[in-house]
Design a binder for this molecule. Structure first.
Ligand code: ADP
Length: 510
């Protein structure tokens, strides 16, 4: 079939992921790039690449006019927005349509109806799906927020209507804090999203974040592709996503009810393409609608692993008018994704920089989505994610074991000076992820959204851990030397192979 070009309005790992499926289906690809991405892999990967502006996102990837102009100039027929940047902006959908381009995603109307958090709450109310209790719409000021909070009971969350990535969100425990929290959160939201409107939600304690992947045909037909649990978060942002959701293994009836709610919403708004309905599930198995992401999600690979589908292929075929809604796919086995970031593993603050060495795991059940294959640079201008590593196993235990090995095989290091020392600003959360996969609560599936906060051992700096482990090791050594029974201990390997000691050695080596 003679297929027309797809412009991918994004960068890095996302562009490569989408371009790979375009290639498989025979769609020529067009990349866009900014100054900072002049030598980026994603621009080389596509059939054509267009420079669209300077490094600041506003001047390039967030500039709808420039993106549309690049599509027109290259003869592209489709625009795939990826995720982030312009992917949830209705005005961008309209700009594409006005220029005669086909936007690969939902209509501008669906985006307004579901992408806007306050509007989405009203939509699900009308459809009879339960959402987190809270204000009906936006609240104008601290006093109004306090009134709602009084009614639903503290603690509450003040949330930005235009929020994303955990920005513009504040926990409030009492009436005395409302005013200043409102001011602060609203100011933060205004700065980050150009919109300071706020709403109030009851804070669900010890919650699980569970989301349902859906796909609609735009005519009222829709399927779901199972759930993902993304409860392991730092700064309200996901670092670990998996399916099946451990919490729903305990509450299978909740899972079925959530699927029905997700389908009700997707069909109800005649949604077109890939979308995700996010819910909060409490310890008793109650679930509440949180928001909808009207786009492909970062964590879509775990769904692809267990359903054997290619969500990007479904999106492209729907846009090209060649799509027929399949039946709800069966889900097989278990899949986990972790996000490898250029960030400090103790504070989670971005730590981008030049990469000297990078190596990803390989094997039949591991997938590394990245735009770095050789030395490159994690740019200060964009999201500091280096890669997503995902794994499939027949069971959760098997997936966890495979992930443990995969993370041990992964290497990302800054460049070295001529005398072999690591130089530069790059740091990664690799040691943190290695701790996570070995953590007892993670292994047992007891994963609430406050897990990281409540597990300081995950983030304690290596040096502190080193001191503790060294003290134990020295004490043991002393014991072996001086005691009678100690002399009978032949083999110290058992102690040496404990993970923290290996981490210690690794830390000391690097
Ligand atoms: P964003 O769009 O900024 O990511 P979300 O509404 O998706 O904001 O919330 C992000 C995360 O914050 C959720 O995954 C959850 O961990 C937490 N959260 C949000 N709302 C609530 C709530 N009402 N109660 C408890 N936790 C919440």
């Amino acid at each position: 079939m003679n297929r027309l070009p797809v412009l991918i309005a994004n960068r890095g790992e996302i562009t490569i992921r989408i371009a790979r499926t375009c290639r498989a289906l025979g769609f020529p690809t067009v990349a866009i790039y900014s100054d900072a991405d002049r030598f980026a892999e994603h621009a080389r990967y596509c059939d054509q690449a267009v420079w669209i502006g300077s490094s600041a996102p506003k001047e390039s990837y967030l500039n709808a006019e420039k993106v549309v102009a690049a599509a027109k100039q290259t003869g592209a027929r489709y625009v795939h927005p990826g995720y982030g940047f312009l992917s949830e902006r209705p005005h961008f959908v309209e700009a594409c349509e006005k220029a005669g381009l086909i936007f690969v995603g939902p209509s501008a109307e669906s985006m307004r109806q579901m992408g806007d958090k306050i509007q989405a709450r009203a939509t699900v109310d009308a459809l009879g799906v339960s959402r987190v209790p809270g204000s009906k719409g936006a609240v104008a000021n601290g006093a109004e927020a306090a009134k709602v909070a009084q009614k639903i009971g503290y603690p509450v969350l003040l949330k930005a209507a235009a929020g994303g990535g955990g920005k513009g969100m504040r926990r409030v425990d009492s009436g005395a804090e409302v005013e200043s929290a409102f001011e602060g959160a609203s100011r933060e939201a205004l700065g980050a999203f150009g919109d300071g409107s706020m709403y109030v939600e009851k804070l669900i304690l010890e919650p699980h974040h569970v989301e349902i992947q859906v796909f609609g045909d735009g005519k009222g037909g829709a399927i779901h592709l199972g759930e993902r649990e993304c409860s392991i978060q730092r700064r309200h942002q996901k670092v670990w996503e998996e399916t099946p959701a451990p919490i729903l293994e305990k509450f299978p009836k909740t899972r079925e009810a959530m699927f029905l709610s997700a389908l009700k919403i997707t069909r109800g708004v005649k949604y077109s393409g890939a979308g995700t309905l996010e819910f909060i599930v409490d310890e008793k198995g109650n679930y509440y609608f949180l928001e909808m992401n009207t786009r492909l999600q970062v964590e879509h690979p775990v769904t692809e692993w267990v359903t054997g589908t290619d969500l990007v292929a479904m999106q492209l075929l729907l846009a090209a008018g060649e799509f027929e809604l399949p039946s709800i796919p069966e889900r097989r086995g278990s899949a986990i994704e972790v996000r490898l970031y250029a960030e400090d593993p103790h504070t989670f603050l971005p730590a981008p920089g030049k990469i000297g060495l990078i190596q990803f795991p390989s094997g039949a059940f591991v997938r590394s989505d990245t735009s770095f294959s050789a030395a490159g640079e994690v740019s200060v201008h964009y999201d500091p994610m280096i890669a997503k590593i995902s794994i499939w196993g027949r069971t959760r235990e098997e997936a966890m074991e495979r992930l443990r090995v995969a993370l041990d095989e992964t290497r990302v290091e800054p460049p070295r000076s001529t005398d072999g020392l690591q130089v530069g600003s790059l740091r990664t959360n690799l040691t943190f992820l290695r701790r996570l996969v070995r953590h007892e609560r993670v292994r047992s599936g007891d994963t609430t959204t406050d897990l990281i906060e409540k597990s300081p051992e995950l983030t304690v700096p290596l040096e502190v851990q080193v001191t503790r482990e060294m003290a134990i090791a020295l004490a043991l050594q002393h014991f072996v030397q001086v005691s009678e029974i100690g002399s009978k201990i032949q083999n110290l390997e058992g102690i040496r192979s404990s993970w923290s000691l290996r981490a210690l050695e690794e830390g000391l080596r690097s």
